[in-house]
Write a new protein. Structure first.
Length: 456
């Protein structure tokens, strides 16, 4: 991002306060005083429990400008740093990001949304394009909401060939706002479930809300749809107008998984790779990525794309594998970052295909609305050898699976206490750890990895 003071005022519909000298150029915007970069502008966000305006004085001496609302700016009267006053700072952040997006005339913007798979597809796509010599900008960490998306947009260099942006929502109206900022050239809809449907009107509401991205496609844009997405769109009354490529179509990329070996086929092209886990949803995500890359870079054949995918590694906390070793005599699959019914079942399905003793440590899937209890009770445990489940909602699963080796813990501290009291897990086991992020299962991952490192 590189804007003049006049452009910044126009973009944010703000006004430079008199008596404060305007900066000549603004090279970036930061909203966190703890991570502030000298020379950037500081934009003060306001929330229920915080007010960024109160932290501006800490960075004012090295900021090119301060951006705040009328109420917050009253705290800055003694500061000499140039000050831009806006009506609402969160709105201004998005407006500035949208302004910058319009200047990215040589960058194709790929927006990814869906109930699951966004981060995995993003990381796979970013990896393949980068390996193929394409200059790529992409979402970092979990920057996929009304704050994270504009930050991602503002960080895109004008020389980037492709930008890959995750778009997530939790409330009605958010996707319309995000889509207006992103103005995508390509939209990937990974798949739909009732995940995060609380407040969105159930599955149909989720589909309609996420479809806002497609409505904002550029005129020469296209969409790529995961398995089952086309049917959900029809049922929700969402009509596609621009070109669409879907995995349900007869001529789509297909795949066949045998153990950990997956064979991809597209017309007369075939190529194979070996996955680190027998994960069907990884194979499907890769098929989506192959579809997108073939459209973005037609010169790349399937073999080259699959060769790049072979070196892809899972994102931390997303089916990340810590293989068994001398130091850690059991395998650990860290999928603790988040969970919904589709991704939870995919994780359990993957674990069930592993050799040796299979153990699942799983916690509540949150924000499922009125279907929360039934979604937990419906999880299929196959013949997994041992299941430790934690959380109020997981009680539904424990009560309904009396034939399985299921142990139930109402709260995380109870589970941690049990782990500390037992020699767990046994050698040659594979342990899957998965639950919604706020359930805190990352603590279990850290504990077991530390135990493995000190195993005799």
């Amino acid at each position: 991002m590189r804007l003049t003071s006049q452009q910044l005022a126009i973009a944010s519909q703000g006004e430079w306060l008199s008596g404060k000298q305007e900066p000549v150029l603004i090279d970036g915007i930061c909203t966190d005083s703890r991570e502030f970069i000298a020379g950037h502008a500081f934009l003060a966000l306001r929330g229920v429990t915080f007010d960024g305006h109160t932290h501006a004085a800490q960075v004012a001496h090295k900021a090119s400008a301060l951006i705040g609302d009328q109420q917050g700016a009253t705290l800055w009267q003694d500061l000499t740093t140039p000050q831009l006053q806006v009506n609402d700072t969160l709105q201004a952040l998005g407006d500035i990001a949208a302004y910058h997006r319009k200047q990215l005339t040589n960058t194709r913007v790929v927006a990814i949304t869906g109930s699951y798979g966004k981060t995995t597809v993003r990381s796979m796509l970013q990896h393949v394009l980068s390996q193929s010599g394409v200059k790529v900008a992409a979402t970092k960490a979990n920057f996929n909401n009304l704050i994270g998306v504009p930050k991602t947009l503002l960080a895109i260099d004008a020389e980037a060939d492709v930008a890959v942006i995750e778009c997530g929502i939790s409330e009605l109206g958010e996707m319309q706002r995000i889509a207006a900022m992103v103005q995508p050239d390509v939209v990937i809809l990974t798949g739909f479930t009732a995940a995060h449907s609380q407040g969105l009107g159930g599955l149909t509401g989720v589909v309609k809300e996420k479809f806002e991205l497609v409505k904002h496609l550029q005129q020469d844009g296209f969409s790529v749809l995961g398995k089952g997405v086309a049917k959900h769109l029809v049922e929700a009354g969402c009509v596609m107008s621009l070109p669409t490529f879907g995995l349900d179509e007869a001529d789509a990329v297909s795949w066949q998984l045998t153990g950990q070996d997956v064979l991809f086929s597209l017309q007369d092209e075939q190529a194979s790779l070996k996955l680190s886990l027998p994960a069907e949803h990884w194979a499907e995500d890769m098929a989506l990525v192959i579809t997108v890359v073939k459209q973005l870079v037609p010169s790349l054949n399937v073999a080259r794309i699959v060769s790049a995918l072979q070196t892809w590694q899972a994102v931390d906390g997303r089916l990340q594998v810590f293989a068994a070793s001398k130091a850690q005599p059991f395998a650990l699959i860290d999928d603790s970052y988040n969970a919904n019914p589709a991704s939870m079942q995919a994780g359990l399905d993957t674990l069930a295909k592993m050799a040796g003793k299979r153990i699942a440590i799983i916690a509540d899937m949150l924000e499922l609305g009125e279907n929360a209890k039934s979604a937990h009770a419906a999880l299929q445990l196959h013949d997994i050898d041992q299941v430790l489940c934690v959380g109020e909602l997981m009680g539904e699963l424990a009560r309904g699976k009396s034939g399985h080796h299921v142990q139930y813990f109402e709260r995380l501290p109870a589970l941690m206490h049990w782990l500390k009291q037992h020699h767990f897990p046994t050698q040659d086991s594979t342990v899957l750890i998965k639950g919604s992020h706020s359930m805190g299962l990352a603590q279990v991952v850290d504990f077991l990895r530390n135990r493995g490192a000190h195993a005799l």
